[in-house]
Design a protein around this ligand. Sequence first.
Ligand SMILES: *[C@@H]1O[C@H](CO)[C@@H](O)[C@H](O)[C@H]1NC(C)=O
Ligand SMILES: *[C@@H]1O[C@H](CO)[C@@H](O)[C@H](O)[C@H]1NC(C)=O
Length: 431
Amino acid sequence: MYVISLVFVLIVSVTAGRNEPNSGAGYSVHGIKLRSHSDQELISELQQSVNLDVWQYGLPEGQDTLVMLSPENRIEVLDLLDEKGIEHYLHLADVEQALEAHEDEVRQWKQQGRSGRSAPFNDYPRYAEVDAYMENIAAQYPNLVTIVNAGKSFEGRDMKYLKISTTNFADTSKPIYFMDAMMHAREWVTTPVALYSIHRLVENLRDQDRDLLEDIDWIILPITNPDGYEYTHLNSSTRLWRTTRSINLEVSEDCVGVDANRNFDVNWNTIGVSTNPCAQTFPGGSAFSEPETRIIRDILLENIDRMQVYMNIHSHGNWLLYGFGNYTLPPNNIHLHIVGAAMGSVMDTMKLPQADWYKVGNSAMILYGTSGSAQDYGQLVGVPFSYTLELPGYGYGFLVPPQYIEHINTETWEGIAVSARLARLYHRSGL
Ligand SMILES: *[C@@H]1O[C@H](CO)[C@@H](O)[C@H](O)[C@H]1NC(C)=O
Ligand SMILES: *[C@@H]1O[C@H](CO)[C@@H](O)[C@H](O)[C@H]1NC(C)=O
C-alpha cells in the first residue's frame, strides 16, 4: 500500500513541486503526531518527493511536526498519513488569511515605533535598515567593531558582517564565536537575534557580560540570504520564500533558488535533499554554487585556527542540533552535547508558557538525515562547537508576531552567553 501511494504522490509532485510564490490561497497547516523515528523519516521523504513544506520538525511523543499542505497535495498526504495510522489534525486552516493578518501586524508595529521599539532588533528590519545599523555601529565604535564587506549576493547585495574585538582580532589566544542568521528567507525572527547580540556586546554591554567581550572575538553576519529576505518583503504572497534567489539556466529554466543549508560541501547531495530544482531542499547544481554559502565558507576557513563556535540560526521549533547529518557523531560529541544542553536549559528557564522546550542532539538521530548543511560543514572543517539553532515559533510558525521579538532576543542571548563561556573554558583546556 505504502509503495503504491508513494508512487502516486511522486506523480502529483511533478505538478505541485514548484517553489513559486503563492498567495497562500487554499493552503493549510497540519500538526502530525509522530510515533517513531521512521515517522520522522517518512516526513523527510515527503519533503523530497512531494516538496512537502515542513514548518516545524517534530519529535516522537515530544513535539508535533507542522507541515503546510497545498490544494494539490493535501488529499494525498493526509491519505498517506491515515494509511500509516499516523495521527494528524488541522493547525491553521487558512494560510492566506494568516499571511494577511501578519502583514498588518508588522505594518502596525512599525508605525507605532514607540521608543526602544524603533531599534532594528525589536522589529523586522529591511536589508537597508540592517546595513545602516551595522555601518553606524562600526562608525561609532571604531576601537571595537570592524565592518567587513565580504562580497555580493547573487542579485548584487553587499554581504556585510561585523567583527567585534577588544584587540582588533590581534590576540590569537582568544577563541572566536561566529553566528549567522537568515539563511532561510522566511525565518524572519533570526536577524533580530543577531542584531540584538551586537547590541548587547557593543552598545549595551552589561557588567555581567564584560568577560564575553574581553575574552572572545565575535563575528556576526545578520543576513546570510539577503536576496531571499528582501523577496519575502515584497508582499504576502512571497512571505514564505525559503531558498536563495539564484538563477541557473543549466539547472532549471523554471525555478529559482537553492536551499543554502544543503549547498555546503559536506556529503553534498546525498541525503535529505531533492533533485527537483523546484523543491525547498534542492541542494544546487554543485556544492557552493551559491555566492552566499561561499562567503560563509570563507569566513569559517579564514578563522578556523581559533574559531570555537559556529551558531547557524534558524526559526523555528526550539532545537539545538549538531552533526553529522549522516548519523555519524563527531569525536567530541560529548562536549557538543554538553554545551548544547547548557544553552538549551538556560533558554528553557526563560521560556514563555506556550513555547516548546529546547531539544538537543545529533540532527540525524533526533530528526532525520541531511547533507550539505552549514552545521556539518563547520564541524567538518574543524569548528569544535558547530550548531543549528532553531528559535521558538509559539505555534505561529514563520509568522512570529513582532510582539515576541524582544523576548526571543533576550532569551536567546542568555543561551549564547552560556555557550560562549563554556566554549571559552574548553578552548583554554585545548578541547
Ligand atoms: C507579489 O510579488 C510577486 C513577485 O514580484 C508578484 O509576482 C505578485 O504578483 C505580487 N502579488 C501581489 C498581490 O501584488
Ligand atoms: C559522515 O560524514 C562525516 C563528515 O563528512 C564523515 O567524516 C563520516 O565518515 C561520514 N560517515 C559515514 C558513515 O559515511
